[in-house]
Ligand binder design. Structure first.
Ligand code: UTP
Length: 288
């Protein structure tokens, strides 16, 4: 079945980037001149997604507004002859169907995904974390979709991690299949380093089958008192219905102050209108 929908959980509190995220959702903090979330929506659309489902919360109305029309602004841009800006705004509104559902309390990623159950319905879907950007030059979703189409189960994006961060991720035990695909046999959330079944961590992109919803409904709070998606995926893995892709492309975590800064610099250095000025500024600053 073609994957048409992507769920973007954006209801977390973003405590690592306070105070910036107190009123502005962390997913709306800019990377150069575009909110983080817009890069993620563009990544989904480039992979063939037609409907974006935001799992949002009461303090995050600006997310729905950003992807909706803004007639006064469009009228002003038209009147001032700012055709390029106007075309960009309209392209964003039209590139997908946007829907949203509220997560009334941030009870964990698994709970956030469960909130999208009615909007997803009985079809496979993509999940993309709202603070992880994957560079468009090394996309991840096409690989996940390809493995889903070949094997039919849920598929995780798995990244080789250094030992010091292993206890902060969902870590998978895997068996190699053909053409780079992996069979996930076991997955554990935030294991102690000595208990980790491998160095492969689930990293911000998933294809999930609708069978995940009944499993999430019976998943009790796990690590940190949160309903963990990893715990529901573990049930699929045990039933032989979970696969993985070893992803080594460029991914940028915007969920910390340093991540926000380095992601902005990385994107700015790829922009012909910004790179020369930024390089010059860095050269002068480093010489001081
Ligand atoms: P994070 O754990 O990185 O986000 O979740 P957070 O909880 O907002 O951040 P910190 O740790 O307090 O700084 C990854 C994504 O999942 C969403 C977040 O909004 C983020 O985009 N999320 C997380 C939810 O939608 N609901 C939750 O209950 C938890």
């Amino acid at each position: 079945m073609k994957i048409r929908k992507a769920v973007l959980p954006v209801a977390g509190l973003g405590t690592r980037v306070l105070p910036a995220s107190k009123v502005i959702p962390k997913e709306m903090l800019p990377i150069v001149d575009k909110p983080t979330l817009q890069y993620i929506v563009e990544e989904a659309v480039a992979a063939g997604v037609e409907e974006i489902i935001f799992v949002t919360s009461r303090s995050k109305r600006s997310i729905e507004d950003h992807f909706d029309s803004f007639p006064e602004l469009e009228f002003t841009l038209e009147r001032k002859g700012k055709h390029k800006e106007l075309a960009e705004l309209r392209a964003l509104q039209e590139m997908a169907v946007y829907t949203s559902v509220r997560q009334s309390e941030p009870l964990g990623l698994g709970h956030a995904i469960l909130c999208a159950k009615e909007l997803v319905g009985d079809e496979p879907f993509i999940v993309m974390l709202g603070d992880i950007i994957v560079s468009p030059e090394t996309p991840c979703l096409p690989q996940l979709i390809e493995v889903y189409e070949r094997y039919g189960g849920s598929v995780l994006s798995l990244v080789p991690l250094p030992p010091e961060v292993i206890p902060t991720y969902g870590i998978a035990a895997v068996e190699e299949l053909e053409k780079g695909a992996l069979k996930v046999t076991h997955v554990v959330e935030k294991p102690a380093l000595e208990e980790a079944p491998s160095n492969l961590g689930a990293y911000g992109r998933y294809v999930l089958t609708p069978g995940i919803f009944p499993l999430l409904e019976k998943t009790p709070p796990g690590r940190g008192g949160e309903i963990q998606i990893t715990d529901a995926i573990e049930m699929q893995a045990r039933a032989g219905k979970c696969y993985g892709v070893r992803f080594t492309g460029d991914r940028l975590d915007t969920g910390t102050p340093l991540g926000l800064l380095t992601t902005s610099i990385s994107f700015a250095l790829k922009r012909p209108d910004l790179a020369p000025g930024l390089r010059e500024y860095m050269r002068q600053t480093l010489e001081k």
